[in-house]
Design a binder for this molecule. Structure first.
Ligand code: CU
Length: 115
């Protein structure tokens, strides 16, 4: 029983520290929530203003599939997505075009498109 309670306390502590990892949202930054399941990203395409910071808040909802890692190839970002824990990924949008994001093996694909 004691070890069980300790486990819960540790889980709560790690969830808190994870949230603290995300710096405050830059002023004017757009925040978009994206869920990850066995089929990919939902929504798979979002938009954000040109040249501005944008925060994608990924939450993986399933252990099936390949969503355990999130990669933004052009911005050299690679993050683990723990199950059911929101993970903030901060990007800076280019002047035009889009920023692709993928799973660790480039099977799932999504993009942030300049508005
Ligand atoms: Cu994959």
């Amino acid at each position: 029983m004691k070890t069980h309670l300790l486990g819960i306390a540790l889980l709560a502590a790690s969830a808190c520290s994870n949230k603290a990892d995300a710096p405050p949202l830059p002023p004017g930054a757009k925040e978009v929530a994206i869920s990850v399941d066995a089929k990919g990203y939902h929504p798979a395409e979002v938009s954000a203003p040109a040249g501005k910071p944008v925060r994608l808040l990924f939450t993986r909802s399933s252990d099936d599939g390949c969503g355990q890692q999130l990669v933004v190839p052009e911005q050299k970002i690679r993050k683990d997505l723990p199950l059911k824990e929101p993970v903030a990924v901060d990007l800076t949008m280019p002047a035009s075009g889009k920023v692709r994001f993928t799973c660790g093996m480039d099977m799932y694909e999504g993009a942030v498109v300049v508005e």
